[in-house]
Design a binder for this molecule. Structure first.
Ligand code: FNR
Length: 187
């Protein structure tokens, strides 16, 4: 049985590079990982007052995180941190108290930017929030894809070096998932 990896794409833009990257990952991943995107773009902002009748989009996200064996985040950096949509998704699925969906979930963070730093600061901010929520994030390899526009060829495919790098990173993630996910160790 494949391990279900919930994919969080950190940009809501139609032509998002984060989404293009995320869409390129399945063919590079070990056969035992199956990716499915989690919807974060239409989540109402977290507000504890709404918990008595939680918005359907919150309920769907919480269920999807709970049913995922692991989570993979592909994110841009916004103002040296993470996009608000990503932080809101983490907040929503961490509540209500006692029903935090992130606890113990293996996670992996990939960041990208058009500049040279590859979204390093945003990646760190995300890893900090995930640690606070109780997820266990793969420490190595680190994936910061700088000057991301140069990593795609004229046909929109990732260049071979980047494919190789990401293939290796995803293999490490599979090993990491097997260390933590109950369903992984049962199979
Ligand atoms: C950015 N961008 C950006 N880049 C960066 O390297 N450091 C930063 O702090 C920021 N800050 C920032 C804030 C806001 C509000 C936006 C909209 C953009 C640039 C951005 O990360 C970069 O263009 C990404 O490649 C965009 O990713 P998507 O939307 O194509 O996935």
């Amino acid at each position: 049985m494949s391990l279900q990896v919930g994919l969080v794409v950190g940009s809501l833009r139609r032509d998002s590079v984060s989404r293009r990257l995320a869409q390129a990952l399945q063919p590079l991943a070990p056969a035992g990982l199956a990716f499915h995107e989690l919807e974060i773009g239409a989540l109402p902002l977290y507000n504890g007052d709404l918990e008595d009748a939680a918005p359907p989009a919150w309920v769907r996200l919480r269920g999807a995180v709970r049913e995922s064996d692991a989570l993979l985040f592909v994110v841009p950096e916004y103002n040296r941190s993470i996009p608000g949509a990503v932080k809101n998704a983490i907040d929503v699925a961490s509540k209500p108290t006692g029903r935090n969906c992130w606890v113990g979930k293996p996670a992996f963070v990939m960041s990208q930017s058009t500049g040279p730093l590859g979204g390093l600061a945003g990646s760190f901010a995300l890893k900090q929030a995930l640690a606070g929520a109780g997820a266990v994030t793969l420490p190595h390899p680190e994936v910061y894809l700088g000057r991301v526009a140069t990593l795609f060829d004229g046909d929109g495919r990732l260049v071979p070096d980047t494919q190789d790098f990401l293939r290796g990173a995803l293999a490490s993630f599979e090993t990491w998932i097997h260390r933590f996910a109950p369903r992984a160790s049962a199979s």
